[in-house]
Design a protein around this ligand. Structure first.
Ligand SMILES: CC(C)(COP(=O)(O)OP(=O)(O)OC[C@H]1O[C@@H](n2cnc3c(N)ncnc32)[C@H](O)[C@@H]1OP(=O)(O)O)[C@@H](O)C(=O)NCCC(=O)NCCS
Length: 157
């Protein structure tokens, strides 16, 4: 699938083990508690889970990724990040649009995720993609004491 936002064009594909170093580079930049190599590799190779990458169309530079685990007709989003220079071009949104297409194809009825209560960009992305707040876990993240906002959206066939 080919996508574009302003001057940037990208495509979305499933990750393979050779992508791990590039994923790690964004992971370390984006999160205070990043996943390590082993966890990302386990996710790429694991059953019922997928890691989708957005890569720049011409040179294949990794722009961002989304990891999801499918269980009992629901997709649980475990990880979403876009490299700092590539944010606010619509990459995050297009990863979600891609995932929703997969969900429709595979009859996955809903998507679920957790997000830090003060993560304004992520909350904006999820709300713009139709996620609604369905719960709150106070003090869930030990590093900052932030609560976790639980969000869900239903996939309409
Ligand atoms: C959250 C993140 C993935 C968003 O990716 P992105 O590619 O920049 O998002 P998009 O450009 O697709 O924007 C999607 C929507 O969110 C809004 N948004 C994105 N960044 C925003 C910001 N900093 N402030 C306010 N709104 C923002 C956009 O305006 C857009 O809204 P619209 O549909 O109404 O136009 C990115 O900021 C990121 O990687 N952050 C660090 C990692 C992280 O926090 N991941 C989420 C963990 S739960």
């Amino acid at each position: 699938m080919s996508e574009s936002g302003n001057m940037m064009q990208w495509r979305i594909r499933e990750a393979v083990p050779a992508d791990v170093p590039n994923i790690l580079a964004i992971e370390r930049q984006a999160f205070s508690i990043p996943w390590n190599e082993e966890s990302i590799l386990g996710w790429i190779r694991g059953e019922n889970r997928c890691y989708y990458l957005a890569e720049e169309a011409e040179f294949g530079v990794l722009l961002g990724y989304l990891g999801v685990f499918f269980v009992a007709g629901e997709g649980e989003i475990a990880s979403v990040a876009v490299g700092a220079p590539f944010r606010k071009y619509g990459v995050g949104k297009s990863l979600f649009r891609h995932l929703k297409g997969i969900c429709r194809r595979d009859r996955v009825g809903s998507l679920f995720l957790e997000v830090r209560e003060k993560n304004v960009p992520a909350l904006a992305l999820y709300e713009s993609e139709g996620f609604e707040r369905v719960g709150f876990r106070r003090g869930y993240y030990p590093d900052t004491g932030e609560g976790a906002v639980l969000m869900k959206t239903f996939i309409h066939p």
